[in-house]
Design a protein around this ligand. Structure first.
Ligand code: TMP
Length: 252
């Protein structure tokens, strides 16, 4: 049997060469890391849930005309994606103060922000993904002003979509991170949402109780991460309402 080519291995995913040029297979691992991989563990079932949830969000975005790298889900842990040139930025959108922003500004977590705020971190694990101003992004050539205008507009569209979908199932979208890639079509380039959208990269709080249903459960030792992600998947109808765990019900 032919062995496929591994292109890249990150903390939570592996990228393999795809079946056709310009495609990749994205494999979701069960590994969870926090604080720039200082804290790490294997969380049974996380990869399966994130594969399904990312498929759900990326498909929904595609349906409303927001371009993404997603082509189709292949199986429980893998999806086919378009190969893009990833811009080395973590694009963070915040609706409520939490995490590093709450700390930096001394704000109480959960404080509603005057409007959605978009900020950028430079994607470099060795430096702990430092927050960077637009000035740096332009000066170091990581993106152009036109890219930044397009990234802002993409990020706000993703925010509107995700906030609405989550609100519909009683979940508050506190903040999230996306990555953006360049997709070439001949001489033309467009920016698309890449990587993943899942509870690993969002803060999701139950509207009624404030219960955390995202990776903070792992970062802050608040309970079982798979249970939290299963709850999100169940509410969204991504897995059956009576499913306690993704394994028995997700055959493919
Ligand atoms: P922060 O409060 O730690 O800056 O994170 C803001 C949001 O962005 C939160 O939902 C987690 C997400 N995020 C990632 O998924 N990966 C990252 O590397 C960073 C910096 C943030």
């Amino acid at each position: 049997m032919a062995r496929r080519n591994k292109i890249y291995e990150g903390k939570a995913k592996v990228l393999y060469e795809g079946p056709e040029p310009g495609t990749l297979v994205q494999y979701f691992k069960d590994d969870a890391t926090a604080n720039n991989a200082e804290k790490r563990d294997v969380v049974d079932g996380k990869g399966v849930l994130n594969n399904r949830l990312s498929e759900f969000f990326m498909t929904g975005l595609g349906n409303i005309g927001v371009p993404t790298h997603f082509i189709k889900r292949l199986n429980m842990r893998e999806q086919l994606i378009r190969q893009v040139e990833v811009i080395p930025l973590e694009v963070i959108v915040r609706n409520y103060a939490a995490g590093s922003m709450a700390k930096r500004l001394g704000l109480e977590e959960g404080t509603r922000l005057p409007r959605p705020l978009v900020e950028y971190s430079y994607k470099e694990d060795a430096l702990g993904d430092p927050l960077v101003p637009e000035e740096y992004i332009l000066a170091f050539g990581w993106a152009t002003q036109q890219d930044l205008d397009d990234i802002l507009s993409l990020a706000l569209r993703v925010n509107d979509f995700m906030s609405g979908v989550m609100h519909g199932v009683g979940i508050r979208l506190v903040d999230f991170k996306i990555e953006v890639g360049r997709l070439w079509d001949g001489d033309y380039m467009r920016l698309v949402v890449a990587d993943e959208i899942s509870p690993d990269s969002c803060r999701l709080w139950d509207v009624e109780t404030g219960q955390k249903l995202d990776k903070d459960v792992f970062r802050r030792d608040l309970g079982n991460l798979t249970d939290a992600y299963t709850e999100v998947a169940r509410r969204l109808g991504v897995i059956p309402a009576n499913s306690a765990h993704p394994k028995p019900t997700l055959i493919n």
